[in-house]
Design a protein around this ligand. Structure first.
Ligand code: HMG
Ligand code: MG
Length: 299
């Protein structure tokens, strides 16, 4: 009997995960146009920015302005990353209705990424989640390094499940499992996903796989076979984490949609418009790079 879901939720992360890792400055209008184009292509869940420290991630320093100018459509869920109460307060001020808190299954990565231990990060999320609930804001959780850590190497599936369970206990409605550095392979992905199924219902676990070694689509397919039904992806495969050496792009949304359509799985996304958006953002980023290189050369 096939466990393949007949409907998949796609969470588009390019405006946050994609753009946070770009070297060049990206203007606000490009970010806003990217989000509008993604909506036009039919994406219903879009992580638009992060309310993180601009000292840590300068690319997202314009998150408040972005939310102010965002033309929110009623049937689209616009979410943002928040690491602490300060970020949560800014997300509320920005009229964001869903946030994501983020930690990891590796101590070293957590320290490098958010400057605390896993346990401290979970304690930090308590008041964040309490504030979110007061304001009717949904909270998603991320566990990073689920299939390997850039500092510690192998990560045990049981550890991933343990951190995911803690995030659910804190009040997250969904937990996204991040292969931050894309070192996973299909059987390891299944093993990790199965471990998480011991602590959560299948419709509460998302796959967030980076594609460093070209394994993301294979890893997704392996977990789809177990019944996974939520996939994070990024148009044009943009993405990466500045605090995970070697982390490259997320799985491309275009590739995921092409695969799902070929399997007759419903996504309600217009693949042609999505491909146009991928081409447009790639061209925009390349233009920015060459104009900034040009400026540097003129100095
Ligand atoms: P810290 O330096 O330990 O904290 O950073 P702090 O409280 O001492 O704050 C330092 C400065 O940042 C202070 O400013 C704060 O006010 C300010 P100063 O007084 O020096 O002028 N600050 C903030 N500003 C704006 N918004 C905030 C905020 N918080 C503090 N929310 C902190 C701790 C968590 C803030 C920092 O480490 C941080 O922002 N880290 C974010 C790192 C990040 O965004 N990484 C990428 C996202 S994670 C990822 O990509 C993985 C994922 O995609 C899944 C996967 O692929 O696995 C999700
Ligand atoms: Mg990521």
């Amino acid at each position: 009997m096939s466990l393949l879901a007949n409907k998949i939720k796609i969470v588009e992360v390019s405006p946050r995960d994609g753009l946070q890792n770009e070297k060049q400055a990206i203007d606000l209008n490009t970010k806003l146009e990217l989000i509008d184009r993604l909506v036009d292509a039919g994406l219903k869940n879009i992580e638009v920015t992060g309310f993180v420290s601009p000292k840590w991630v300068p690319q997202l320093a314009d998150s408040a302005q972005l939310c102010q100018q965002l033309n929110q459509q009623q049937d689209v869920n616009y979410s943002a990353l928040v690491p602490n109460v300060k970020g949560m307060q800014a997300a509320i001020a920005g009229n964001i209705k869903e946030v994501a808190v983020f930690t990891a299954a590796s101590e070293s990565f957590t320290k490098k990424n958010i400057n605390c231990s896993i346990e401290e990060s979970l304690q930090r999320f308590e008041p964040v989640i309490a504030l979110a609930k007061q304001h009717d804001v949904k909270v998603r959780g991320y566990v990073s390094c689920v299939l390997g850590c850039p500092y510690e190497g192998e990560v045990k599936p049981e550890k991933v499940a343990q951190v995911a369970e803690k995030l659910f206990n804190l009040g997250c409605y969904e937990v996204s499992l991040g292969d931050t550095i894309g070192t996973g392979t299909p059987l390891k992905a299944q093993h990790m996903f199965n471990a998480c199924l011991q602590v959560a219902a299948i419709d509460r676990l998302a796959l967030h796989f980076h594609n460093t070694y070209g394994q993301a689509l294979a890893n997704i397919y392996a977990c789809l076979q177990l019944g996974a039904s939520i996939i994070d992806s990024s148009v044009a495969g943009l993405g990466g984490c500045p605090y995970a050496k070697g982390a490259s792009g997320n799985v491309a949304t275009e590739d995921v949609i092409y695969m799902l359509q070929g399997m007759n799985i419903e996504t309600s996304i217009n693949l042609n418009k999505l491909i146009e958006t991928g081409n447009w953002i790639s061209k925009s980023l390349n233009t920015l790079t060459s104009s900034q290189v040009g400026r540097a050369n003129h100095k």
